[in-house]
Ligand binder design. Structure first.
Ligand code: GCU
Length: 684
């Protein structure tokens, strides 16, 4: 009797503990398990995708018990690509993959308690691709979440364990749940080894794990591969032997991976080889690869991130290089353009190439990994940054020619459209290092599917799926609202404590985490130093890109070029991007530039402090593991925001020669000690 009693007590204890605190390590992302109810799924077609969709619906169903849902292939012309239609008791799609996407959307809507209305959802871009900057030794360039999930480990990175396959499957499922359908498996600074047989065999194995979820595999290729692994003397794109080498290589790849997506190429950029090494153009290079891939429907994503050590303003160079080539690329080539003309800064105006190319498809490249936005130490929700870019008006065909419209095929029809995000995924248990960095992966997928989605919607969706339990708790509404506000304000806060008013690239050298506005070095190219970008002197601060300066403004269409050109009409968020502005210059709020700069830096710091306070109040609303992790990271972020503010204000004060306004908090560090600190290898 006593024994039975004890067993009952232990069982009750275990049960209550399970309901009070569920251990959460973040591995399940936004796809956490919950108790589903019974549902009947039927389908008019059988395939692996349909089986998967059926399985997901059964595992996750929260709707009416014993309801019947039909998966139906439909010819409805309003459904495009892998889009779908949700009806009361059916999912209709043109493709089987569309049925899987429909299943994920239905489950998401149930989880979020959204009305079960009928609607059609089509993807904005046909190719929605993650770019992994993963090296074959398992390290990740600009990766902050552990080692590569694809490469490295033992046996020269080529062995494959069951654990690997499980991880790739979970990765593919997470991607499919938000509509991502492609992955470039290796770094754009590509090792030629990726195209050797042994590595291609591994790519084949990875492709097999990703394929069931509709993810196509792509590779970054080194332009010198024919020399580096093919024993040819040169990689000249017009050389018949070189052309043949690539044709043979493409045939070999497609034999192993029949649905291979294509190549991503970083050529003649930051020391990478390219067609210009042989006096040829980007067109010659891209078209040669395009010819090799065309028989198999493969594509070439040619990166526009090129600049040379020349006196020309670095931000102008890609446009000058590629505009004359417009129209000369083969049909299966697309130009991959970073959101801004420089390099993934906390804020940049959009790249003028989006509005410039009229006969060449262009795809946006966003950076999900937080190279310039606090790595995985800082909570910075990037959806607002991407939304700002996508909604920017290029005026290409008059008003309303947004970056979204210039790239998603709505302004001009192209065979295919695409969008890329540089992934923030690694072997860390929670995939992304910071729990909130998962939101950036999620947001990229959602925006790639629907480039009109608002960040506030994306944040709410993510928070509810990532943190809440099935049954709404009293505190949930408050938790969702508070967390959503933190996320939506986080990027602007980072801009304020790092580089307000259009400042850019004043990062510490190499790691790009902390501040180093003082960084200059005669031995390296000027456009890799901070002083090149801020140009602070006793008169003022900022890079003059007006017509009197580098004239970058004229790479934009009117009326934008004039708007940017005139100091008085230039949006203040881009002020020091386009102008060298006197310290005494009056801003729209009547404050002088120096005072406003101080206020912005301080405001950024105060914002992070308020995020800390708000987060601390959330204790008990979610599992203690993730609560504590975020709490601790917000402490680091607060510390580092203060370092940014102190470093920049104390450094720029040497030029402005003005007091830091007495109404704001004083610096707490000395300039000299910050110079030492941010140089140290441990500070990143
Ligand atoms: C940045 C980044 C590099 C990367 C490069 C690129 O400069 O710091 O690590 O290789 O972008 O996008 O090619």
């Amino acid at each position: 009797m006593a024994n039975i009693k004890r067993i009952i007590i232990v069982a009750l204890l275990m049960l209550s503990q399970a309901t009070i605190s569920k251990a959460e390590d973040g591995h399940a992302l936004w796809l956490r398990n919950h108790s589903a109810v019974n549902v009947n799924i039927s389908s008019t077609t059988r395939s692996a995708f349909v089986d998967l969709a059926t399985d997901e619906l059964k595992k996750g169903w929260l709707g009416k018990e014993n309801m019947s849902i039909k998966l139906n292939l439909s010819k409805n012309p309003a459904i495009k690509g892998d889009g779908f239609q949700l009806e009361e008791s059916a999912i209709n799609a043109r493709t089987e993959l569309g049925l899987l996407y429909g299943a994920y959307e239905l489950l998401r809507r149930q989880y979020l308690n959204l009305p079960q209305r009928n609607f059609i959802s089509n993807p904005a871009y046909s190719r929605r691709i993650l770019n992994h900057w993963d090296n074959l030794d398992g390290t990740i360039e600009r990766g902050y979440a552990g080692s590569s999930i694809f490469w490295g480990n033992a046996a020269n990175g080529l062995d494959i364990t069951n654990q690997d396959r499980e991880k790739w499957k979970a990765y593919a499922r997470a991607n499919a749940s938000v509509g991502i359908n492609g992955a470039v498996l290796n770094n754009v600074n590509a090792s030629a080894k990726i195209l050797t047989r042994a590595y291609l065999e591994k790519v084949k194995a990875i492709a097999e794990s990703l394929r069931p979820y509709g993810i196509k595999t792509y590779l970054s290729v080194n332009f010198s591969s024919p020399v580096l692994i093919g024993k040819l003397k040169k990689a000249d794109p017009l050389d018949p032997q070189v052309k043949q080498w690539w044709k043979d290589k493409a045939a070999e790849i497609y034999k192993l991976i029949p649905d291979f997506g294509g190549f991503l190429v970083k050529a003649n950029s930051e020391g990478q080889p390219g067609p210009q090494d042989y006096g040829r153009t980007h067109v010659d290079g891209a078209n040669m690869l395009a010819d090799a891939l065309a028989p198999f429907d493969g594509i070439v994503m040619w990166r526009a991130f090129v600049y040379n050590p020349s006196p020309e303003d670095r931000t102008k160079q890609a446009y000058k290089e590629f505009l004359p080539l417009d129209g000369a690329f083969k049909k299966n080539v697309i130009l991959q353009v970073k959101n801004g003309p420089l390099d993934f800064q906390p804020r940049e105006p959009f790249s003028p190439l989006f509005g410039a190319m009229s006969k060449t498809p262009v795809m946006p490249e966003f950076q999900i990994t937080q190279e310039y936005l606090g790595a995985s130490k800082q909570l910075v929700f990037l959806s607002t940054l991407w939304e700002e870019c996508l909604n920017s008006d290029t005026y290409k065909n008059g008003k309303g020619s947004t970056v979204a419209a210039c790239t998603d095929g709505s302004l001009s029809k192209t065979d295919f459209t695409a969008i890329a995000g540089v992934a923030n995924i690694g072997n860390d248990v929670n995939w992304t290092g910071h729990t909130f960095a998962q939101a950036n992966w999620y947001a990229f997928g959602r925006l790639a599917w629907n480039n009109k989605l608002e960040s506030k919607t994306i944040a709410e969706e993510w928070i509810k799926q990532t943190f809440l339990d099935d049954k709404e708790k009293k505190t949930d509404a408050n938790f969702v609202k508070t967390t959503q506000e933190i996320m939506l304000e986080s990027r602007e806060a980072a801009v304020d404590y790092m580089m307000p008013l259009g400042l850019h690239h004043i990062f510490a050298e190499g790691h790009h985490y902390g501040p180093a506005p003082w960084f200059s070095n005669d031995k390296i190219r000027a456009d890799w130093t901070s002083v090149y970008y801020h140009k602070a002197d006793t008169v003022g601060i900022g890079f003059d890109r007006s017509r009197g300066g580098s004239d970058a403004v004229d790479q934009y269409h009117e009326p934008l070029s004039s708007t940017f050109n005139n100091l008085s009409s230039c949006p203040e968020m881009y002020l020091l991007w386009f102008h060298h502005v006197p310290w005494s210059y009056r801003l729209k709020n009547g404050k002088d530039l120096w005072t406003e700069l101080c206020i912005r830096y301080d405001h950024g710091v105060q914002k992070v402090r308020s995020f800390q306070k708000d987060w601390d109040k959330m204790k008990g609303s979610i599992d203690s593991e993730r609560f504590a992790e975020v709490q601790s990271k917000l402490r680091t972020q607060s510390r580092d925001a203060q370092i940014w503010k102190d470093a920049c204000l104390l450094y720029f004060q040497q030029f402005s020669r003005r007091e830091i306004p007495f109404e704001i908090e004083r610096p707490v560090h000395d300039l000299q000690s910050l110079k030492e600190l941010t140089k140290s290898k441990d500070y990143n």
